[in-house]
Write a protein that binds this ligand. Sequence first.
Ligand SMILES: Cc1cc2nc3c(=O)[nH]c(=O)nc-3n(C[C@H](O)[C@H](O)[C@H](O)COP(=O)(O)OP(=O)(O)OC[C@H]3O[C@@H](n4cnc5c(N)ncnc54)[C@H](O)[C@@H]3O)c2cc1C
Length: 414
Amino acid sequence: MTLGFTPAVGDHAFTAQQARLLSLANELGRTKFAPRAAQWDEEASFPFANYDDLRDAGLLGLCVPQAHGGQGADYATYMMVAAEIGRSCGATALTYNMHICSTLWTGVLADGIAMTGEQREEHDRRRRLHFRRVVDDGAIYAQPFSEGSAAAAGRAPFGTTARKVEGGWVVNGRKIFASLAGAADYYGLLCTEDKGDQHPDVRDTLYLAVPAENDGLTISGDWNPLGMRGTVSRNLLFKEVFVADDEQLMPRGVYFKGAQTWPAMFFTLAPTYLGIANAAYDFTVQYLRGEVPGEPPVKRRMYPTKQVAVAQMRIQLEQMKSLFLRAILEARPNPSKDERMRLYAAHYSVMEGANDIARLALRTCGGQSMMKHLPLERLYRDSRCGSLMLPWTAELVLDRMGRETLYEPGEKDE
Ligand SMILES: Cc1cc2nc3c(=O)[nH]c(=O)nc-3n(C[C@H](O)[C@H](O)[C@H](O)COP(=O)(O)OP(=O)(O)OC[C@H]3O[C@@H](n4cnc5c(N)ncnc54)[C@H](O)[C@@H]3O)c2cc1C
């Protein structure tokens, strides 16, 4: 199948399924998401209309296995589709990532995590319920893990806890930056099992789906940030919230193993920003050629400085796309050290590169291009958020790469 456009991930020998899904994402993005993007940004409101479209197109179940009624997209296919959505609306792509992760982690990623026979049986039974909700009911999942402590960076146990009681768990704690706050039907919560011994341990991380309507769950705080305003990432407070056993998205102890087995699970925040980088580049070319719809047909392409800047942007974009594509195609459980380093390098390049390209785009197009009726100033603000996101902020990626290059596991200096 030939695509009539170049996808945000670049050209590749796409499978028939990838080509079909990319075409769908591109079509929805161009015709629906891009025209609405300014509205969510201005109001800092959630893109409900886009989610209705994603639901109608069967894209909420993108990573639900086909045996469970979903599209059965694998990791790489999801990453390609997400980048295409990011091209038209960053906030939609980023929140879509939180939703999709709840099906990706419990689906294909969980299949690659070692479990006992009993755990596997429990997991298969429970995820059936959760896949059904997404496919049949069009349910939306959020993914709150950040708490403003070292936990979201993977350096400490989550302070939000779950205590085992008859038939389920009782959750207490607080999450910050919970994208889809007030929009999600379920909050895919990461918390620590409270074993009553006052010794919280990251190995006891639990992954629970908390139904939005459960008693004791409240949403608070303002949401008026620089960028990614449509994500509506407000605070969640859990006060003695009862969550039934069947809401466990992974068996006890499996999330911790999964995070170690599948580092690529943290790379899923990146495609949104690759999409934004593409959008900033595409806009710049259109603008310099005097071809932006509704704008005077003023050409600015004849100045050598503009030509050089566009060339620089393209070089950086090609580097990002190449590294991104390689990283998603080789992503697997227990990657080699080189593969892990490439994954970090790809993440860093995309998160920092998106903002570099958006910055160059504004400088190159000039003052008139930063007006609110054009998308560039929003792309610039949205692009700033990528490298701030835990657990792989730009700083923490540098930290990991340096340490893991110079120290083999278990090595110390004294
Ligand atoms: C638009 C947007 C949407 C988001 N959506 C979600 C969501 O849906 N769910 C969710 O859980 N979170 C979400 N987040 C939160 C995000 O993942 C981070 O948790 C948040 O940006 C961290 O901000 P902070 O200021 O609390 O970081 P802090 O913990 O205060 O850290 C500040 C900086 O210090 C560095 N740092 C932190 N810990 C260490 C360490 N141990 N060693 C060295 N350096 C360190 C990091 O570079 C970090 O950026 C979202 C963030 C944004 C911007």
